[in-house]
Structures are given as C-alpha cells and as structure tokens.
Design a protein. Structure first.
Ligand SMILES: *[C@@H]1O[C@H](CO)[C@@H](O)[C@H](O)[C@H]1NC(C)=O
Ligand SMILES: *[C@@H]1O[C@H](CO)[C@@H](O)[C@H](O)[C@H]1NC(C)=O
Length: 242
C-alpha cells in the first residue's frame, strides 16, 4: 500500500511538528507589563527566517509567520510555553524614541543571555526583553537608531488562519498491525517538535492528535492524517477557540 509496508516490524521514528498554536492559550485580556525591545538582523528578516528560531517553526514565511515575529528573553519564553503566543507591544515613556501605536508579534524564538556582554546582556534573567524583526521594531520606534526602547506588552489572542498544522517528519518503516484507538503521549524533541519512537503500529493508520496547552485547554483533531499518510506531509486539524 505505502512504502511503510516495506520492512515489517522495524521501529519507526515519528516526529510531529505542531504549528500555529501557543501552548499556553490566553483566556482573558492580560494587564500591560513592562519590558524593553531591540531588533535583530535587517529589514529582510533573513537572520532567523531560515532557521525559524528555537520554537522549531521552520521557514517562518512558509508557516505564515512572516516578519511579525519576535524572540523573547528566558523569563518570558518560559521553557517553550510561550512559543506561538501573541503579544501586543507599544513603546512608552520616551517621547523622543517612541512612535505612536502598537504592533502584534508572535513568539518564535528565545533570546538567550550573551556571556560576552556585561551582566549577560539584555536577555539575561530576570530581564524581560523582546528582540524582534526590524520591520516590526521600526513601527513603534521613531528610528532604527533608537536602541533598546522601553515597551509595554500584553498577551493577546492570535489571529487564526485555519487550524493547527501537523507535519509528520522523520522517516521509518513498519507493518500495519491495527492497534486499538488509544492515545500515545509524545515527548518534546525541541521547540514545537514532538516525537514518538518505537511505533511501527502508527504507519498505515489514520492518525488523530490531541494537543493540550500549558493551562489545560485541550483540542482534538480527529483523523487528521489518512491511513496512507507519508512523511513530510502537512495536515490541518482543529483550532483552539479562545
Ligand atoms: C519613565 O522614564 C523616566 C525617565 O527615564 C524614568 O525615571 C521612569 O522610571 C520611567 N517610568 C516607568 C514607569 O518606567
Ligand atoms: C492586536 O491584537 C489585539 C487583540 O486581538 C487587537 O485588538 C489589536 O487591534 C491588534 N493590533 C494590531 C496593530 O493589529
């Protein structure tokens, strides 16, 4: 039926990428908090576009994130919980360097401390810091020379286009064996990449996914992948309702 039938019984390595979902969904409008912000790279955003950042989103343009993205310092990144979360950000308390208005950005990466800088730099815990694409930064700063600007930020719901995307990565082979319909937990490999190993049973099976957010919201996407799914394909599931 599929190439998955080729080597019966061999362990398969399945890696599922869960896109466009924040693991800690926002349930109510947050209060404004205070941080500061800089930008990385240049206007093209190519600096992190290719790697896609620590959240493992891959090519950010292909995944629909574009340039409206940001890295955040460790206290805000919160061990990947904030990946995919959206924040409204505005510059404040500096009439010289602040442009009016606000922007909304999606967290796609971690801004790590820099050991070469005194005190570990702007992203050293417990500092709250946004290191965003230049094209977003210049919307809230009067100039790209403005340096590290004081900002206010608050969590907002992300504008959703479509459902959670699942991409079955990796490679493997196995035999069809008709396992029962029970959930198998997946372990985080890195970012939003989740893995199951030793699961030849999943090849040749329709797959459903259940995603749980950091604050316990659950969304189930039934039969997202048909029985003849192939590695590398992307499937779209249900979406969280905020
Ligand atoms: C606003 O800026 C002034 C001058 O830099 C500073 O003293 C003050 O602490 C700032 N206010 C807030 C709320 O950060
Ligand atoms: C940011 O998101 C909030 C909440 O969804 C929305 O009210 C606001 O208009 C958005 N701002 C921009 C600049 O898109």
């Amino acid at each position: 039926m599929t190439k998955a039938m080729a080597m019966p019984g061999v362990a398969v390595y399945i890696l599922v990428w869960v896109g466009l979902v924040a693991l800690s969904a926002v349930t109510q409008q947050d209060e404004w908090d205070i941080a500061d912000a800089t930008f990385y790279g240049d206007m093209s955003g190519n600096a992190t576009m290719v790697a896609g950042g620590d959240c493992g989103y891959g090519d950010l343009f292909a995944q629909g994130y574009g340039l409206e993205n940001t890295a955040v310092s460790g206290v805000l990144f919160n061990d990947y919980e904030t990946c995919g979360a959206c924040f409204e950000v505005r510059c404040f308390n500096d009439s010289l360097r602040c442009a009016p208005g606000s922007i909304n950005v999606t967290v796609t990466s971690l801004c790590p401390p820099d050991p070469r800088l005194p005190g570990g730099g702007l992203c050293q815990p417990p500092r709250k810091h946004f290191d965003m694409s230049e094209s977003m930064y210049v919307k809230i700063a009067t100039s790209f020379h403005a340096g590290s600007i004081p900002i206010q930020f608050r969590r907002v719901s992300c504008v959703k286009t479509g459902g959670i995307k699942f991409q079955i990565k990796g490679s493997g082979s196995g035999s069809e064996s008709g396992i029962g319909a029970s959930w198998t937990p997946m372990e985080r490999e890195w970012g939003q990449n989740w893995q199951i190993t030793k699961t030849p049973e999943l090849v040749g099976q329709r797959l459903s996914f259940q995603v749980t957010t950091g604050n316990g919201k659950v969304v189930v996407s039934d039969n997202v992948a048909p029985a003849d799914w192939q590695f590398g394909q992307i499937f779209e599931g249900a979406q969280f309702l905020y």
